[in-house]
Ligand binder design. Structure first.
Ligand code: 8DG
Ligand code: MG
Ligand code: MG
Length: 142
């Protein structure tokens, strides 16, 4: 295996009521699995800036109350392109809950939709699936 370097991903739990925004990936990593919007941290960016930029690029949505939740360290060795990601998970909300997501990168995603946390689609992107299995909950308490 040709070794690259670990990269930094930023993924966003965009929450609306009891639902989260997910899209089915079209990618060499996690193809056809449901994942959060997000992407690669760019030089000089804060996690909050990266979250807002990726959401805008991928869905057209403006986000609010962006905050850090947790981090994962994941090897994707079985993928067509073996990779290593440190992924920062952020949480955010919509300033305008009536704003609808658009599929602005159809080559990378089949489309965005809201899914109830109690009824998530399958298969989930592996890092997300692992978090769910471990009982992780991105919703604020209370
Ligand atoms: P970019 O060119 O827009 O910067 O990148 P992208 O094409 O949008 O990247 P991405 O694959 O969507 O996200 C970067 C990496 O972040 C991804 O390859 C692996 C990691 N990652 C996780 N979990 C999640 C997740 O739930 N959603 C997204 N989008 N990325 C995730 O570990
Ligand atoms: Mg992106
Ligand atoms: Mg992306």
């Amino acid at each position: 295996m040709e070794k690259g370097v670990p990269r930094v991903g930023v993924a966003v739990f965009l929450l609306r009521g009891k639902a989260v925004l997910l899209g089915r990936r079209r990618s060499s990593i996690g193809d056809s699995t449901f994942a959060l919007p997000g992407g690669h941290l760019e030089f000089g960016e804060s996690f909050e800036e990266c979250a807002a930029r990726e959401l805008k690029e991928e869905t057209g949505l403006d986000i609010d109350k962006v905050e850090y939740l947790t981090v994962t360290n994941t090897l994707f060795l079985e993928e067509p392109k073996p990779s290593h990601y440190v992924t920062i998970f952020m949480r955010a909300f919509l300033p305008d809950p009536n704003q609808a997501p658009q599929n602005l990168e159809p080559q990378k995603c089949d489309g965005w939709d809201w899914y109830d946390w109690d009824n998530l689609p399958k298969p989930l992107f592996r890092p997300l699936e692992k978090m769910v299995q471990e009982g992780y909950n991105p919703f604020p308490i209370g």
